[in-house]
Write a protein that binds this ligand. Structure first.
Ligand code: CP
Ligand code: NVA
Length: 311
């Protein structure tokens, strides 16, 4: 597979070619096996990753830090609130400064433009650890997990129920690259951004995938291989929580809705989850749930991304 991602940034899954998408998944598989059998793979020996966070994190922070250690390098946690960014230093100056110390930067920010600016003004690879627009590392780990559980991705159906948020956007983009049928069901006013659906739709035309947006959760889940949901109020939307609880009524992923999916469907959630809101406890804690496999696979998939960009 003749692709070269070296020194590039990873800001959106839709920046990847189909070949690059599958190259990441293949390397992740290899690294996961090697880690399991105790074969060291110090592909990033001596390299240092900065991890810049404007928002909270459990999985992203720990999986990136552990991933760098397992690759022979190290990682530094940078809380945006403790940097001079908080006192008005620009993203441009921050990016140029950090580029003088670090070999790569992973960032979790609110405005997507901030991560674009970090990549534009810096001279090191920047990896998107979630923005208000998308969450590409999570989506890559999710499609890796689906591949592990169900085999080939091509032609599989993923139904995403709930908020048309960063997760929905990245699942559409990566699903299009994977050749899957992605259906997003959410109430009016909370559907994915039309331009993201269009961009994913254009990729889908080339890969045999399809991208559909509907308000009908039953239609979405019928015959689905994967049922996915995420919180109704994302980070930064906490004050809308009560309103959203009302607006998303009827969109909870529960046993009744899942009875429309394939018998051996997977239930997925990027976590953190709110049981009793977007998902019923019997589903997230039930036999179809693979949520902790998703969380684990963040580690393996991100190691592949780090190695491809930074080695
Ligand atoms: N899924 C995910 O990105 O989790 P964290 O917010 O804990 O990093
Ligand atoms: N949509 C969620 C994802 C968290 C991993 C949020 O942005 O808070």
């Amino acid at each position: 597979m003749a692709t070269n991602m070296k020194s590039k940034s990873f800001l959106s899954e839709m920046d990847l070619t189909v070949e690059e998408f599958f190259q990441i998944l293949e390397l992740a598989k290899q690294l996961k096996v090697e880690q399991l059998i105790g074969k060291a793979h110090p592909l990033l020996a001596g390299k240092v990753l900065g991890m810049l966070f404007q928002k909270a994190s459990t999985r992203t922070r720990v999986s990136f830090e552990v991933g760098m250690i397992q690759l022979g390098g190290s990682a530094i946690f940078l809380s945006a609130g403790d940097l001079q960014l908080k006192r008005g230093e620009t993203i441009a100056d921050t990016a140029q400064t950090l580029s003088r110390y670090l070999d790569g930067l992973m960032a979790r920010v609110f405005a997507h433009q901030d991560i674009v600016d970090l990549a534009t003004y810096g001279t090191i690879p920047v990896i998107n650890g979630l923005t208000d627009l998308n969450h590409p590392c999570q989506a890559m780990a999710d499609y890796f997990t689906i591949g592990e559980k169900l085999g080939a991705l091509l032609g599989r159906k993923l139904a995403y129920i709930g908020d048309g948020n960063n997760m929905a956007h990245s699942l559409m983009g990566a699903g299009a690259l994977a050749g899957m049928h992605v259906v997003i069901a959410g109430p009016k006013g909370y559907q994915p951004r039309p331009e993201i659906a269009e961009q994913a739709g254009a990729i889908a035309k080339r890969t045999g995938a399809s991208i559909t947006v509907t308000t009908d959760p039953s239609e979405a889940v019928t015959g689905a291989d994967v049922v996915y949901t995420d919180v109704w109020a994302s980070m930064g939307q906490e004050e809308e929580h009560a309103k959203r609880l009302k607006d998303f009524k009827g969109y909870q992923v529960d046993s009744k809705l899942c009875s429309l999916a394939k018998e051996d469907f997977l239930f997925m959630h990027c976590l953190p989850a709110h049981r009793g809101e977007e998902v019923a406890p019997e589903i997230i804690d039930g036999p179809h749930s693979v949520v902790f496999d998703q969380a684990e696979n963040r580690l393996h998939v991100q190691k592949a991304i780090l190695a491809l960009l930074m080695a």
